[in-house]
Each structure stands twice: as structure tokens, then as C-alpha cells.
Design a protein around this ligand. Structure first.
Ligand code: 3HC
Length: 292
């Protein structure tokens, strides 16, 4: 069944070579797809390649992967700044660019022009549901969300979300792609901001922020409770630092923009933290200090 659905899916274009896009492209190449990752400037692609090479070296040195598999994956992975050319040869496009609706609508209109008729256009966004970009194309039936989790090479789930025009065939193909990537699928029946996993994560995060704000416990101890009482791999404050305090803030703002509900607004403590500009691991400082 998976083989049948993937018969015509050989080449994947990943748009955006940031934290998510780079690891998504590596996951696709490791799974056997001819993959090209696209970004605007060469420097971004060089940075992505260097980070993937060091990540793969580490995996090989720790016996998690075979050198031959990694070499074969790098042979299948290329880097380009020419989006139209790459998309014109792709069977699936996975967009992992900036979380900005205007930019995404322009990108999807461009993909629609450049891509062959059969090509599926997916977005990794968890904040922008695909109905918001589908109408920038003439193929809403082939547009959906295909949402990975950070770090995408490690986290085992992918959420697949249809808009109300997405065809069953598109969802079946994307489920097959996810399975080939070794991911477990969380299939939503319809769109909701934040999907399932981020809604669960944010509910825990907001309660953690309430407890911290009320002075009930330190953020470090709240993380200990999540890790060592509940068995979560990370506490909610550590997770905010991994995901990015800016990303957490924007996810909430996007939900507020879509629903208009005050309850969706970022928690005041999250807003305060966001305004300091300390976004977590990527800036070297968030709730915790990563500078050393
Ligand atoms: N990239 C790739 N691989 C990574 C990684 C990264 N950034 N971080 C860790 N790993 C891998 C490595 O193989 C690492 O081993 P190594 O450092 O020896 O090479 C291995 O995972 C184990 O890592 P650690 O020893 O540092 O620590 P853990 O065992 O705690 O694992 C973790 C790290 C996998 C990140 C784990 O803590 C975890 O699962 N945390 C929760 C992550 C999570 O919830 N992610 C979802 C966030 S929500 C989201 O992304 C949605 C978006 O829309 C916001």
C-alpha cells in the first residue's frame, strides 16, 4: 500500500533551511527521497549543511547510524537557492519558511506556478492552517499541513492536517511519506489552530507559568516535577527554551489572530520574557543560560 502510494513520489523540495527545514530535509534524504533544500542565500545553506554533517558524524560515532547510509543520504541531498527550478522537479514540496502569512501566500502562489500538476504542496507550519495558503493556489485539493516536531530528526510524530478541500488521496500519500520517514502519524480530521500536540504542550506550559507567576515554586523545580514526577523528557521551561520563546509567543498570537479569543493571547509571563529578547537556546539565554 505504502509502496503503491509512493510510486510517483521520488523527489522532495524542502523550502527553508533553518532548524526545522534542515532536519526535515535530512530525514527525507535518509528515508531514500531525492531531496533538495532551498533557501534565499548560500550562507544559510552552508550553515545548514555544516550542522547536518556534524549531527550525522555524531550519530555515526555513537553507532546510531551506519556511515554508508549517511553517505548515501548526502548523495541524495542537495542545496539550492533556485526555488522555481527545484519545485519544477518536485513531487512533494514541504514549506518550512518564516511563520508569516503574507510570505507563505506568495510562496504557495509561486510553487503552484512552478510545480507539475501532480505535486503536493505541504506546509510545516503549526500556526498557519493550510486553508490560509490553499486559496493562493489552483490546487487546494493538494495542499495540507505536514507538521514536524523539534528536533525533527529525533521526534517520532508528524501531524497531518487537511483543509476542507484537501483530497483523501493527498492525505493518503502524505501518510505514506510520513511512514517512509519512520514517523508516527497524528491525523487530524479538520483544522484547529495549534493542532493537537502544541495545544497539549501549551496547556501544560500555561499552568507552569501560572504556578511560577503565583510564586508557588521556582521554574527549575516545576521542570523537575514534569521530568521526574511525570516522566516528561523535558520540563515546560526547558521546552520553551528548545522551541524558542519567540516561537511560543508567535504560536499564541497566531491563534489569537485566528480566533479573536482573549484566552489565546500569550500568558503575561511569556510576553514579558519574549520582550527581553532572550529566546532560549538559539540566543544563548532563555529561562536557562546556554552561553557556556
Ligand atoms: N537535533 C538533532 N538531534 C538531537 C538534538 C537536536 N537539536 N538534540 C538532541 N538530539 C539527539 C541526539 O542524538 C542526542 O544525542 P547526542 O547529543 O549524544 O548526539 C540525543 O537526541 C539525546 O539527546 P540528549 O542526551 O541531549 O538529551 P535527551 O535524551 O533529553 O534528548 C530530546 C533530547 C530528544 C530533545 C528530548 O529531551 C526530548 O524529547 N525533549 C522534548 C522535545 C519536544 O517536546 N519537542 C516538541 C516541541 S513542539 C514543536 O516542535 C512544534 C513546533 O510547532 C513548536
Amino acid at each position: 500500500m505504502v509502496d503503491d502510494l509512493l510510486q510517483n513520489i521520488r523527489r522532495i523540495a524542502v523550502i527553508g533551511s533553518g532548524t526545522m527545514g534542515s532536519q526535515i530535509s535530512m530525514a527525507c534524504a535518509l528515508a531514500g527521497f531525492e531531496t533538495t533544500v532551498v533557501d534565499i542565500v548560500d550562507e544559510a545553506l552552508e550553515k545548514a549543511e555544516a550542522s547536518l554533517r556534524s549531527r550525522m558524524e555524531r550519530d555515526v560515532s555513537k553507532g546510531r547510524r551506519q556511515q554508508a547510509d549517511v553517505d548515501a543520504a548526502f548523495d541524495r541531498l542537495s542545496f539550492s537557492t533556485d526555488s522555481d527550478q527545484v519545485v519544477s522537479g518536485a513531487d512533494v514540496v514541504i514549506e518550512a519558511a518564516t511563520e508569516n502569512l503574507e510570505i507563505k501566500r506568495k510562496l504557495f502562489a509561486g510553487f503552484d506556478q512552478a510545480a507539475p500538476e501532480h505535486t503536493i504542496l505541504a506546509t510545516n507550519s503549526s500556526t498557519i492552517v493550510s486553508s490560509q495558503v490553499a486559496d493562493a493556489t489552483n490546487r487546494a485539493d493538494k495542499v495540507c499541513n505536514f507538521h514536524f516536531f523539534n528536533p525533527a530528526l529525533v521526534m517520532k510524530a508528524v501531524e497531518i492536517v487537511p483543509n476542507d478541500q484537501t483530497s483523501t488521496y493527498t492525505i493518503d500519500v502524505m501518510c505514506a511519506v510520513a511512514q517512509r520517514l519512520g514517523k508516527h502519524v497524528v491525523q487530524l480530521h479538520r483544522e484547529i489552530p495549534g493542532f493537537v500536540a502544541n495545544r497539549l504542550m501549551n496547556a501544560l506550559r500555561d499552568e507552569a507559568l501560572n504556578l511560577y507567576q503565583a510564586g508557588i515554586a521556582s521554574y527549575e523545580d516545576i521542570d523537575v516535577a514534569a521530568r521526574d514526577a511525570l516522566g516528561h523528557p523535558m520540563g515546560p521551561f526547558e521546552l520553551m527554551d528548545l522551541v524558542g520563546i519567540d516561537v511560543s509567543y508567535f504560536i499564541d498570537m497566531a491563534e489569537y489572530d485566528q480566533t479573536g479569543q482573549d484566552a489565546a493571547l500569550p500568558h503575561p509571563v511569556l510576553k514579558e520574557k519574549y520582550e527581553t529578547g532572550d529566546y532560549g537556546r538559539k540566543t544563548g539565554r532563555g529561562w536557562y543560560n546556554y552561553e557556556n
